[in-house]
Design a protein around this ligand. Structure first.
Ligand code: SAM
Ligand code: SF4
Length: 328
């Protein structure tokens, strides 16, 4: 089996984001409600099913897999799963997005298990604000986790920061300075209207973030791409840090979309901003011994991958799914 996965608009799918859990040890205000109900075990993909999905997609042209969640490091057996996925022939890169809270313990085992890169979320450098944004998180645990990842030899570490007006819009320069000092990239993400998390705020746009940074640092345009939705700029005087922007509202990045998502419930999501999905979990359980019918359904579903998402900038929730369930 090695047929490439091409959608109805001719875009080749070579990147899968796989959510390994909907659970998390944080409750970030833009991602979850304070009081969350998580999925029961029988409704989520087993580790073996996750591995089977990974094998199936890699056999059909996927070259990069990102494990995400929820918080991937809260899933039992995550290191063993990484070992198995990273060993799949044909996969170029296994990477992970994490909130960093458990990296002190897991950075080295993840590196040993073949995880190539980490994106670590960090929205504030002020312990009180960090706690307010994550509702639970301990900033120092995450900062220690980032240092543990550096010590484990991870190259190209990237910080992800969601900027929320009135919460951390005054920390853009501090976060940029932190990225420069630690020689890591940083990507600023516009908040997406996913899930009913009690949003009633103005969007803080990537253009506003860029203007704040430009007040202190000389920024240079760049055509760099990591195959994702981020647009990058360079800092004229600091070569080891790039500034990325993910701007679902202000800059639509759909025309080059090369990805699909698999939720922990086994739903194949064709687009983060739309509800189209395929029930992979049901297919995997219906056909435990053969991938052919599963692949045929995936290829058919790809015909429904929308041309683009339609997030509006008024902050309205258009998608009821929470981000932790989508695999951010
Ligand atoms: N728990 C891990 C973490 O926080 O990095 C991985 C999962 S999290 C859902 C993945 C990314 O999505 C994080 O960088 C987070 O900041 C981002 N995110 C979550 N909800 C978001 C939202 N409503 N809008 C924009 N980004 C969001
Ligand atoms: Fe957890 Fe990540 Fe969502 Fe924060 S953004 S609540 S760390 S899944």
């Amino acid at each position: 089996m090695s047929s490439a996965l091409i959608d109805g608009f001719g875009r080749k799918i070579d990147y899968v984001r796989l959510s390994v859990t909907d659970r998390c040890d944080f409750r970030c205000i833009y991602c979850m409600a304070e009081d969350m109900t998580f999925l029961p075990r029988q409704r989520i993909l087993t580790l073996e099913e996750i591995e089977r999905c990974a094998e199936l997609f890699v056999a059909n042209g996927v070259r990069k897999i990102r494990l995400t969640g929820g918080e991937p490091l809260t899933r039992k057996g995550i290191v063993g799963l990484c070992e198995k996925i990273s060993a799949i022939p044909g996969l170029d890169e296994l990477v992970m997005t994490t909130n960093g809270s458990q990296l002190r313990k897991y950075a080295q085992p993840l590196a040993d298990a073949g995880v190539k890169r980490l994106n670590i979320s960090l929205d504030s450098l002020c312990p009180d604000k960090f706690k307010a944004m994550t509702r639970i998180g301990d900033l120092h645990q995450v900062l220690d986790g980032i240092q543990a990842a550096r010590a484990a030899g991870f190259k190209n570490l990237k910080i992800n920061s969601v900027i929320i007006q009135g919460h951390n819009d005054d920390e853009i320069l501090a976060l940029t300075d932190y990225a420069i000092e630690n020689q890591v990239d940083i990507t600023f993400i516009e908040e997406m209207p996913l899930g009913h998390v009690g949003r009633s705020r103005e969007l803080f746009s990537s253009d506003q973030v860029r203007d704040s940074i430009a007040a202190r640092y000389a920024l240079l345009n760049s055509s760099d791409s990591t195959g994702g939705p981020a647009r990058y700029m360079h800092l004229k005087d600091y070569k080891n840090t790039r500034i990325g922007f993910i701007s679902p509202h202000s800059h639509n990045f759909c025309s080059t979309c090369n990805r699909v998502r698999i939720t922990v419930e086994g739903k194949l999501l064709l687009c983060l901003g739309n509800e189209h999905s395929l029930d992979l979990l049901a297919l995997l359980r219906r056909y435990p011994l053969t991938n052919e019918p599963v692949l045929a359904s995936i290829q058919k579903a790809l015909g429904n991958k929308p041309e683009k998402h339609h997030f509006s900038s008024d902050g309205d929730v258009q998608i009821v799914r929470f981000m932790n369930a989508s695999g951010g």
